[in-house]
Design a protein around this ligand. Structure first.
Ligand code: IPE
Ligand code: MG
Length: 215
C-alpha cells in the first residue's frame, strides 16, 4: 500500500490523512478482488522496517489498523472472509494485538475468502522464523518443509503482485513470490480504485506463465 504519504503531501494534507484514505482503499480493493473471484488477497500494511518511522506516525497507523480490525469484523463475518496475519505481532501494543487476535478468532471458520495482512512483516524475518521452527521440529529443510513453516503455510503462492509507487519488493513475501507476476503502477495507493485494479488484472491476464518451462 505505498504512496499514502505522497498522496497526502500533494494535497497539502498531513501524512496521516493518506493513511486514513489508504485503509479505506484496502477494504474497497479487497472486496473488488473477492467479487472478481480472487480467493486470497494479501496486503502489506506494516513492515519490519516501518518501525523506523517517527513514533507518532507509527502510533497513528496502529490506531487506524486497530479501528479497521474492529470495524471490519462484521463485514468479514457476513461475507465469509477469513482474516490471516503474517508477521510478528509480539511487538504491537496490547490493544492492537487484541483487536487482531479477536478478528482472527471470530473469522477462523470462514472459508470463502482470505484477507491476509502483513503486520510487522518482513520476508527475511519470516524465513528465519520458518527455519527456526523447522530446526526445532527436527525436520529436513526441503522446499515443502520451509513453505509449511512460513506464516503463509496454508495459503497458495500469489499469482499477481501489485506494487504502487515503487519498483521493488521491499522484503515482501520473498519466498512466496518466486514466480509471481509483478505489476508496477505510479498510482499512489489511496487513488488505486476499481479502474486501476481492472487494468492490473487485464495486464496479468495477457501474460504467459510458463514457470521456467517452454510451454
Ligand atoms: C505506505 O505509504 C503505507 C505504510 C507504510 C503503512 P507510505 O507512508 O510509505 O507513503 P509514501 O511512500 O511516503 O508516499
Ligand atoms: Mg513509502
Amino acid at each position: 500500500m505505498d504512496g499514502n504519504g505522497r498522496w497526502a503531501e500533494k494535497r497539502l494534507l498531513p501524512r496521516s490523512a493518506g493513511h486514513e484514505v489508504g485503509i479505506r482503499t484496502l477494504r474497497k480493493v479487497a472486496d473488488k478482488c473477492f467479487e472478481r473471484g480472487i480467493g486470497v488477497v494479501s496486503i502489506y500494511a506494516f513492515s519490519t522496517e516501518n518501525w523506523k518511522r517517527p513514533k507518532d506516525e507509527v502510533d497513528k497507523l496502529f490506531g487506524l489498523l486497530k479501528r479497521f480490525f474492529i470495524k471490519e469484523l462484521k463485514h468479514m463475518k457476513q461475507n465469509g472472509i477469513r482474516l490471516a496475519v503474517m508477521g510478528d505481532l509480539s511487538a504491537f501494543p496490547a490493544d492492537v494485538r487484541e483487536a487482531v487476535e479477536n478478528a482472527l478468532r471470530e473469522t477462523a471458520h470462514n472459508t470463502k475468502y482470505v484477507l491476509n495482512i502483513g503486520l510487522s512483516y518482513g520476508g527475511r524475518a519470516e524465513l528465519v522464523r520458518a527455519v527456526q521452527r523447522l530446526t526445532a521440529a527436527g525436520e529436513a529443510p526441503t522446499e515443502a518443509a520451509i513453505s509449511k513453516y512460513l506464516d503463509t503455510a496454508a495459503l497458495p503462492d500469489p499469482d499477481l503482485l501489485v506494487r504502487t509507487c515503487e519498483k521493488r519488493l521491499s522484503n515482501f513475501m520473498l519466498w512466496q513470490c518466486a514466480y509471481t507476476e509483478i505489476y508496477f503502477t505510479d498510482t499512489p495507493w489511496p487513488s488505486f480504485g476499481e479502474k486501476a485494479l481492472a487494468k492490473a488484472l487485464e495486464e496479468y491476464a495477457a501474460r504467459t506463465r510458463k514457470f521456467g518451462a517452454l510451454s
